[in-house]
Structure formats: C-alpha cells, structure tokens
Design a binder for this molecule. Structure first.
Ligand code: URA
Ligand code: SF4
Length: 209
C-alpha cells in the first residue's frame, strides 16, 4: 500500500479561508510533511482580485510559517511596489505547501518539487481558488505553471500573455522571483518581471480578467 495518496482527504469541502488555513497542518498527503518544519498556508484577503502562485516555501518561509518572506519574497515585494500593486491587497500562495530540500551539512538546499508533489498538493490550491475566486491568477515560474496549466506550458514562451483556463478563469504567467534574484542580468530581468506584473494590473483594470 502506498503511504501517501495526496491531499484530498484533508481538504475541507465547506467553510472559507480560515478553515483552509486551520486544516492545512493536518495534511499528510505526501512525503514532504516528514522533513519540513511546518506547512506554509496562502495569505491575503479572502476577496483578493489577484492571486499570485509561487512554487513552494523556501528555507525562511519554512522556519517562519509565512509565504514569500525570504530573498524571493523581498524581490517580489520590490517588483509589486514598482508595478503599483499593494502586497496586502493580493493573495499569495504556493503550488506546494511544504518545503522540499536536501541537506548539505547544516544547510538546507532547495529542491524543486516533483510532478507527484504538485499533484498531491493540488487539492489545496484548488480549494484556495474556489474560496478566494480571484479575477486573475498570476503564475510565478514553471512549477506553478504546471500546477495551473498542466504539462506542456512554457513560461519562457508565454510569459506576459493573457491566458484563459478551460473553466474560463483568467491567468497570466511570469517567471519566479528567485530566478530574478539569481539572474546574471538582474536589471533586465527585474524590469521584465515588473513589466509582466504591469500587464496583470492592466488586465484587472480593463475588466477583461
Ligand atoms: N518561493 C516560493 O515560491 N514561495 C515562497 O513562499 C517563497 C519562495
Ligand atoms: Fe499535504 Fe501539500 Fe504538504 Fe504534501 S506538500 S503534505 S500534499 S500540504
């Protein structure tokens, strides 16, 4: 018998965001629960019009229990501000809610979640989407793109271009802020990231989202 079978049995079918956040710590949907310190729930207003979806918590997020509070989060904050988006007005979450890492001595090195982890955790993301019902989903990087659009979506080719999901929801993909943090062409890549976020602002303003 497989030990881990995905999150669905833990995800509530009723209640709101509070219930999602309260039940998340019970999840044992995949093996990531075994080594991470804590689950990191999505954060933001229950009626946010924009939901930004990242990959998974990083080292700092895992220690503090909040989304995007490490280096990628600082860059995201700066980019949101530059695009005229108030961080407190958007809902921030991740495709996978526990930190995946490898130990190297005392350090914990980020490891990209597998397709199996993305699938296992997907019921939580779906529930967040059902509860918040954002007018626009902003997908940050390849892992979130896989969670939202499925396989075959290429962020590098489709970034900044408005997308419509099969159920009619509006979405926009861009890179992950940690890719900008690591970029050797930081200024250019930061500006391109902000450009994509500005497209998101325009989409919401034009009501086409
Ligand atoms: N990277 C993410 O994708 N999410 C976080 O919360 C932090 C870093
Ligand atoms: Fe559950 Fe997601 Fe954590 Fe896996 S990563 S244990 S599915 S919350």
């Amino acid at each position: 018998m497989t030990k881990f079978t995905g999150a669905s049995q833990w995800v509530p079918h009723d209640g709101g965001l509070r219930k999602v956040t309260a039940t998340l710590p019970e999840c044992r949907g995949c093996d990531l629960v075994e080594d991470a310190e804590r689950v990191v729930p999505g954060e933001g207003p229950a009626r946010a019009r924009m939901m930004l979806i990242g990959e998974q918590p990083g080292d700092v997020e895992d220690k503090e229990g909040h989304v995007f509070v490490g280096p990628a989060g600082r860059l995201l904050d700066k980019a949101l501000a530059e695009a005229g988006i108030d961080r407190s007005s958007v809902f921030l979450t991740n495709a996978v809610k526990h930190f995946r890492f490898e130990r190297q001595g005392k350090r914990r090195i980020h490891k990209t979640p597998s397709a199996g982890h993305i699938t296992a955790c997907h019921p939580w993301l779906e529930r967040e989407l059902e509860v918040v019902r954002p007018a626009l989903i902003v997908v940050l990087g390849a892992v979130a793109a896989r969670a939202v659009f499925g396989t075959g979506f290429k962020v590098t080719e489709q970034r900044g271009l408005p997308q419509q999901l099969p159920d009619g929801r509006s979405a926009l993909a861009t890179v992950h802020p940690s890719a900008v943090v690591r970029s050797r062409e930081y200024r250019r890549d930061f500006a391109l990231f902000v450009d994509d976020l500005r497209v998101a602002v325009d989409l919401l303003a034009s009501d086409s989202a």
